[in-house]
Design a protein around this ligand. Sequence first.
Ligand SMILES: C[C@](O)(CO)[C@H](O)COP(=O)(O)OP(=O)(O)OC[C@H]1O[C@@H](n2ccc(N)nc2=O)[C@H](O)[C@@H]1O
Ligand SMILES: Nc1ncnc2c1ncn2[C@@H]1O[C@H](COP(=O)(O)OP(=O)(O)OP(=O)(O)O)[C@@H](O)[C@H]1O
Length: 270
Amino acid sequence: MLVFPNAKLNLGLYITSLRPDGFRNLESVFVPLPWCDALEVLPAETNVLTLSGIPIPGDSATNLCWRAYELLRTDFQLPPVQMHLHKAVPIGAGLGGGSSDAAFALRALDEVFELHLSPERLEDYARQLGSDCAFFIRNKPIFAYEKGDVFEPIAVSLTGVACKVIYPGLHISTAEAYARVVPRAPRHDLRASLAQPLEQWRDLVSNDFEEALTPQYPILGELKQALYTAGAAYASLSGSGSAVYGLFPDRETLPKLLLPEEFQVWDGVL
Ligand SMILES: C[C@](O)(CO)[C@H](O)COP(=O)(O)OP(=O)(O)OC[C@H]1O[C@@H](n2ccc(N)nc2=O)[C@H](O)[C@@H]1O
Ligand SMILES: Nc1ncnc2c1ncn2[C@@H]1O[C@H](COP(=O)(O)OP(=O)(O)OP(=O)(O)O)[C@@H](O)[C@H]1O
């Protein structure tokens, strides 16, 4: 079975309090971004995970696809599996690429081995692999809170909106990024703000990581400004960075930006 684990964008992100388990409570809206890896999952004689594309730090045993298989194996007698992951979504980008691989691996293993797990059970497994993972089980725009793994429906839709995502080649560790933020109450009500027209989000919707990370990584602020100068209706850091995205009314308004060769760019219509 071949699947295409996609990335995500965060529309607003407020880090509201420190939790007793050391994690932070947050509020954010997640939306799928069609920048994808490719993952093949097949029953096999012996276990094997092969990799291509962007190199992933760590060995195969720590890869989130493998960890998804090991996790299901604690509850089910699974036959050996052959997986191949082609990595295209940048790592340490705040785009949730690794989390998506983990969730898509759970979904594919469920289908290949006919486990008939409900979305709720798949989300329970996904939560054990990382805070971002559960979103990718249903993979629909959603309001997320607590660790970012508890959800409520939201009506926001970016269908037809054009988007440019720029990864400036900086790998920002999620744990280090969180350590730089002092939790506080949300600046605005996120759900009410996202119900306003896109052009108003600039004044209403923010990501707490930006203020904490921009002094150390000025390129994040420069990219956001460049996107606004090029006509973005809204621009922001995604998650804990370092990817910065701009939203534009339609494909015709997507700008061509002159960027250093080592930057990776995705653009298209959502
Ligand atoms: C920044 C976001 O991408 C926003 O969607 C996510 O919160 C990150 O989720 P993730 O990469 O799946 O993160 P995890 O693998 O669960 O956690 C990595 C590290 O980030 C910190 N962390 C993560 C999530 C959270 N709600 N509070 C935290 O403090 C913890 O130090 C944790 O050790
Ligand atoms: N399949 C995988 N793809 C990417 N990273 C993986 C994978 N498996 C394990 N990892 C580990 O997870 C770490 C970061 O993963 P990920 O790509 O989700 O980070 P990110 O893009 O910053 O997303 P976010 O912080 O939003 O979850 C990497 O440093 C890597 O060591």
